[in-house]
Design a protein around this ligand. Structure first.
Ligand SMILES: CC(C)(COP(=O)(O)OP(=O)(O)OC[C@H]1O[C@@H](n2cnc3c(N)ncnc32)[C@H](O)[C@@H]1OP(=O)(O)O)[C@@H](O)C(=O)NCCC(=O)NCCS
Length: 163
């Protein structure tokens, strides 16, 4: 049984539809070096970022939500297709790490999106993200070596599934 994050009241971190005003905020979040180091990912250039979000927001098959605490946009979370599988991903602004926000946001997304199984791919070194997945019921299926590509440096990754 998991415990609730104690740092923020449960009703404070919420999901809502993404608006154009969120995109500059997301751009700053995804440019943060410590965040990219944790996620083992290369940040997107401005053009790559704009093209990515234009595609995401036009795709009715993707559920993408802003994560807000009070009036502040603190991150985003989404359900999308990855290598033909339904997958989740999330990103929280560094100044809000460790407040239970990702755990809460993933719980909310799982309530909203009925699709199962859901998959997640995470760098093995990303202990915080692995903990978020475990707290939300995802189980580890395998570790594997992932080669470098334009988006990701080579790394050992962990695959998770929620049945
Ligand atoms: C990973 C990330 C989403 C976590 O967000 P968050 O809001 O800080 O997560 P939460 O506070 O809900 O939970 C983090 C959990 O990891 C734990 N944790 C944090 N750092 C840890 C570490 N180095 N080792 C082990 N556990 C760790 C926390 O204690 C917490 O667990 P607990 O609630 O049982 O105490 C956030 O750090 C982030 O956006 N990082 C950059 C982008 C990224 O990695 N995205 C995911 C890609 S798969």
């Amino acid at each position: 049984m998991t415990s609730e994050p104690s740092q923020i009241p449960r009703d404070k971190a919420l999901l809502r539809a993404i608006t154009p005003a969120d995109l500059p905020v997301f751009y700053r979040h995804q440019a943060d070096p410590a965040s990219n180091s944790m996620a083992v990912v290369h940040p997107r250039s401005r053009d790559e970022f704009d093209a990515f979000w234009d595609r995401v927001l036009r795709d009715p098959g993707i559920t993408a939500r802003a994560i807000v605490v009070g009036r502040e946009t603190v991150g985003h979370i989404s359900c999308f297709q990855m290598d033909g599988l339904d997958a989740v991903g999330y990103w929280i602004a560094r100044e809000h790490w460790g407040r239970g926000i990702a755990t809460r946001a993933l719980g909310l997304l799982l309530s909203e999106v009925p699709i199962r199984p859901l998959h997640a791919r995470v760098a093995r070194s990303n202990a915080a993200s692995i903990r978020v997945l475990a707290r939300c019921g995802f189980r580890l299926t395998v570790f594997r070596s992932a080669p470098a590509d334009d988006r990701f440096p080579a790394c050992e990754e962990a695959l998770f599934v929620l049945d």
